[in-house]
Design a protein around this ligand. Structure first.
Ligand code: OGA
Ligand code: MN
Length: 319
């Protein structure tokens, strides 16, 4: 017999419903919205190693669409158990090699299904210990992932906090005139990994990306126009679909006016009322909807270890 991929193995090994204690009844699970926060709900009483009922997964999917991030507490999973749980919510995000992303491997051109997000040298130190500015994962690809999960395994004593931003609320808070103006606009988000690769060896390798592409500037990598105002596929709610720091461009729009409009919207998204700051505890899994949120991270001391594991799920073409 041929050997199984990690994902096939995960589902092959997943607990079966008839095994005592391996099946979790739906009524053991509580979903509690965060109080006075822009988004988020906490899920307790759920052991992600167990087989889940249809009712539970349906409830979680509805809760995610409503609260935008779900925080599962006190989990203890290996990679296969984590993959088996995440796969209830969709296919694993597997970008093609022509669209590099975080953790794309040099041999396959694609990332592993479970991406270590760490600062330990050679063990997934893709993002180091620095700040990460507010972004949606894989926005520069043709089919950005609809959601991602981060699972906290080792945490620093201070810093390394992750924040999420409710971009539905950010859109809703705009004036009717501005909404009408931006509703039909399309935006290209350029691939910062292509930019970083093209800068390798130069002094400003890490972060010299412009925030807006003017038409006389070269294009790096592929360009996929997506709507600036995105519609959530289940709830129909509209959200701003805009990273706050990487290189973008509005289609068929004047350079100076376009860069000013983008700067104005970015400043607006960063208002604290749209943001939730998550204080990690080991064993937390945060599962977020990447279509209508952004996330960022504060820096942490280089000498302290931080290890989270990320799984991203495939998404549709934004509309
Ligand atoms: C990510 C990410 C944030 C963090 O892995 O996509 O943005 O807190 N991580 O490490
Ligand atoms: Mn991210």
């Amino acid at each position: 017999m041929t050997s199984l991929t990690q994902l096939s193995q995960a589902i092959h090994d997943a607990p079966q419903w008839h095994i005592p204690d391996a099946f979790q009844a739906s009524n053991e699970i509580q979903i509690t919205p965060l109080k006075d926060q822009a988004l988020g709900a906490v899920v307790t009483g759920l052991d992600a190693r167990k087989a889940q009922s249809g009712e539970t997964i349906y409830r979680l999917k509805q809760a995610l669409a409503k609260h935008l991030i779900l925080i599962f507490k006190q989990q203890s999973l290996d990679d296969l158990q984590y993959l088996a749980f995440a796969s209830y919510f969709g296919a694993i995000f597997r970008p093609s090699a022509d669209n590099p992303v975080l953790a794309s491997q040099s041999d396959t051109g694609t990332p592993p299904d479970v991406v270590p997000v760490s600062n330990a040298v050679g063990q997934g130190d893709y993002t180091g210990h620095g700040e990460l500015s507010p972004h949606a994962d894989h926005q520069w690809t043709p089919l950005p992932s609809f959601g991602s999960l981060l699972y906290a395994i080792e945490l620093p004593q201070s810093g390394g906090q992750t924040s999420w931003y409710n971009t539905i609320q950010a859109y809703d808070a705009l004036t009717p005139e501005l909404k009408a103006h931006i509703d039909q606009l399309q935006l290209i988000t350029y691939n910062s990994f292509v930019r970083a690769n093209s800068n390798k060896g130069s002094d400003n390798y890490a972060n010299n990306s412009p925030y807006y592409r003017f038409k006389d500037q070269p294009i790096l990598g592929h360009a996929y126009p997506h709507p600036l105002v995105r519609t959530h596929p289940e709830t129909g709610r509209k959200a701003l679909w805009l990273n706050t720091l990487s290189e973008v461009e509005l289609l068929n729009y004047d350079d100076v006016a376009g860069s000013a409009l983008i700067a104005q919207l970015r400043k607006h998204i960063l208002k604290p009322e749209f943001r939730y700051d998550h204080a990690w505890e080991t064993g937390d899994i945060v599962f977020w909807d990447n279509q209508v949120t952004l996330h960022s991270r504060t820096p942490f001391p280089a000498e302290q270890r931080r290890l989270l594991k990320r799984i991203s799920l495939a998404g549709a073409r934004p509309f």
